[in-house]
Each structure stands twice: as structure tokens, then as C-alpha cells.
Design a protein around this ligand. Structure first.
Ligand SMILES: Cc1ncc(COP(=O)(O)O)c(C=O)c1O
Length: 360
């Protein structure tokens, strides 16, 4: 990871200074107090029973996931999940995994490194174009497409799960920021429409901290055993103490409280960012998550010029053209409003406004 820029508008990061240190400390203290001696032994690859039970209830109420502890496996975030799932699906005959185009190259690379070929499927304003799918597995971000920020339209959600049921394909739902929707149109997990075809993957990387490396998969029953075996073979799993602390954090209500607080903060940052932007740019995407995409009508100026103007002002952000497999279909900026420290956010939006004025 690069050092933080002066004005940090890099996408994909939560506000690290908001980590609930006191609540995590209290949860760890309670977990340590209660943990039996066996908690310090080699641990089960499926994850702590306490966390899987707590997650089953939490995911059902917060995201509408159809989850029972027996089909939940704890992992080290989405990166770990996609590595394991790609390996398992490849071993079961899936020679190809489709990703949304555009999407993050790091996850495509992890999938490809574990066996299957990776292909891209176009995304439009309603999300992934299901009619273009022709692979035995697909990775989607239905709540909030990354990077474009659209949501998978209701008709497409039904079409995607119908397609999976008819073809026997597996859908991997990357619910990386599903807790953060600001416009009261909460859309539940896709997994609830087809729990035997959709693998739901959640992570603490946006709600708590990326360094925790803590996430979970809710699996179709036929995949539980193969994925459990692959997890064991990967030799990697999050520390049991962190899993027990996470279970305590959720059980105590402190996790919900933290998410509520973050939701208010991110929503207000998004509003401030939108208010600071000149009329010459077009913000894209639903009111959710930690990022938005900016496009320049008529694609003038070029993405490169805006990025150069931002670099001159020590603003850290990204262009969107690098997210495509093959020829980029659009140019623009992807801006993260989560990462900056609270006191620096106003300065960062002002610096961005000046950079855009300079080139438009
Ligand atoms: C699209 C997307 N998926 C998943 C994740 C989370 O990945 P992990 O749980 O490995 O940190 C991120 C985080 O940046 C993301 O942007």
C-alpha cells in the first residue's frame, strides 16, 4: 500500500480513525474471560461456533441472508474467499469465472491464480447484463456495483438467479459495503432469492478495518464440505480470539451502533462532497457505500489530465479506466469519501474542486 496522500480520497477504505477501539477492547476482554482453554489450541477450519451462530442471526436481520450456522464458514475477507471458491469451483469442473466488467483487477487476479480463466461481462445502469453470461460461475456486487456504483435492478436480480438455477451456475455475491445505504431503499442480499446457487460473502473491511482480515461465506449446502476442506488446505484462517471478539461485538449491540454512527458520517461526507463539486461534472451511482464515480460530460477533459491536476495538489484518488478488462469503456474519477480523517475532509473536497476547475 502507498503512503497516505495529503488529501486522501482513495476509494475502498473506511475511516480508520473511527475504529471502535473501546468496544473492541471490551469485546476482547469478555471473549478472553469466557474462552475455554481449548480456544488456544489449533482451531476448526469452519470458524468459531460462537461467531457462526451470531452471524446467522445478524446476517438474517441486517441483510436478509438465509443463513444457518452450518452453512457459514469464517475466512480472511473477500480476497481469501475468492481464492478458495475459485479453487473449489475449478476442481469441480468450472474452467471459467465471469467478473463484472468493470471490476477490481486484484480479485480477478486472485481467481485466475487459483485455476479458472477469467472473463468480463458488461455492466449497464441496471447492473450486470445477465443475457451476456455464459460461464459456470460469476462474481457480482449486486448491492453496489464496484466501481460504477449502480445497484442490480430487481428484474436483473430475478433474471440472474433464474439463470443460475437453470444452468446450474454458481453466483458469488460480494457484499463488501451492503451495510451502507443512505437513501432508505435498503436492498437485501441476492442470496435470499436462491440460497442453493448463491454464495454470499461478507467482510469487516469496510465496517471495521481492512487489517482485521475477517469475513464470512454463506454457502449452498453442496459447497459447504468442499469449501471447508479447501479452507483447511489453505492453512490460513483468522485468529480465533478475533472471531470470539467479533461475536461479542455483535451480540452486545456495539457493532450495530458503530455501523449506525458510520452510516451517518459517510452519508454526511457524501453530501458535502456532492455540494463541493462544480456543475461541470456528473456524479454517478446510488447513495450508498464509501465511493462515487465522477464523469465529465463529453469526456473532456481526459481522465489523465484530471488525475495529473489532482496529483499536483497531493490528492489521492483513482481513474476508472483501469477497472476494465480490455478497452476502457469510460473515463472518469473514482472518489472514496471514507478514508480521510474527519478534520481533513473539507480540505480534501476543496482541493478536488480546485483541481477540477483547473482543467474544465
Ligand atoms: C469490491 C470489493 N470487494 C471486496 C472488498 C473487501 O475485500 P477484503 O475482505 O479482502 O478486504 C473490497 C474492499 O476494498 C472491495 O472494494
Amino acid at each position: 500500500r502507498d503512503p497516505a496522500p495529503r488529501w486522501d480520497l482513495r476509494p475502498g477504505r473506511p475511516n480508520l480513525s473511527a475504529f471502535p477501539r473501546a468496544a473492541w477492547l471490551a469485546a476482547t476482554r469478555r471473549a478472553l474471560h469466557r474462552a475455554p482453554m481449548t480456544a488456544f489450541d489449533y482451531t476448526a477450519e469452519s470458524g468459531a461456533a460462537e461467531l457462526r451462530e451470531t452471524l446467522a442471526a445478524y446476517l438474517a436481520r441486517s441483510r436478509g441472508v438465509i443463513a444457518d450456522p452450518a452453512r457459514i464458514l469464517v475466512c480472511s475477507g473477500f480476497s481469501h474467499a475468492i481464492a478458495i471458491l475459485a479453487r473449489v469451483l475449478h476442481a469441480r469442473g468450472a474452467d471459467e469465472v465471469a467478473f463484472e466488467n468493470p471490476s477490481l483487477h486484484i480479485y480477478r487476479n486472485i481467481a485466475a491464480a487459483n485455476g479458472p480463466r477469467v472473463v468480463g461481462v458488461p455492466v449497464d445502469d441496471d447492473g450486470i447484463t445477465v443475457s451476456s453470461l455464459d460461464s459456470p460461475a460469476v462474481v457480482v456486487t449486486p448491492a453496489h456495483q464496484y466501481p460504477l456504483g449502480v445497484t442490480l435492478a430487481p428484474g436483473r436480480r430475478a433474471e440472474l438467479t433464474r439463470w443460475a438455477e437453470e444452468t446450474g451456475a454458481v453466483v458469488i455475491e460480494d457484499d463488501y459495503d451492503g451495510e451502507f445505504r443512505f437513501d432508505h431503499q435498503q436492498v437485501g442480499a441476492l442470496q435470499a432469492l436462491a440460497p442453493e446457487r448463491v454464495v454470499y460473502v461478507g467482510t469487516t473491511s469496510k465496517t471495521l478495518a481492512p487489517s482485521l482480515r475477517l469475513g464470512w461465506m454463506v454457502l449452498p449446502r453442496f459447497l459447504v464440505e468442499p469449501v471447508r476442506t479447501a479452507l483447511a488446505e489453505s492453512g490460513a484462517r483468522p485468529a480465533l480470539l478475533d472471531q470470539l471478539a467479533m461475536a461479542e461485538l455483535i451480540e452486545s449491540g456495539a457493532y450495530d451502533q458503530h455501523i449506525r454512527r458510520c452510516r451517518i458520517e459517510y452519508r454526511s461526507r457524501r453530501d458535502k462532497l456532492l455540494a463541493a463539486l462544480p456543475d461541470s461534472v456528473l456524479p454517478q451511482g446510488i447513495s450508498a457505500g464509501l465511493h462515487l464515480v465522477l464523469q465529465f460530460p463529453g469526456e473532456v477533459p481526459k481522465e489523465m489530465e484530471v488525475l495529473a491536476a489532482c496529483r499536483r495538489r497531493a490528492i489521492g484518488l483513482e481513474g476508472i479506466s483501469g477497472y476494465w478488462i480490455g478497452e476502457p469503456q469510460r473515463e472518469g474519477l473514482i472518489i472514496g469519501y471514507g478514508a480521510a480523517a474527519k478534520h481533513a475532509f473539507g480540505g480534501a473536497t476543496q482541493a478536488l474542486r480546485e483541481a477540477i476547475f483547473e482543467v474544465t
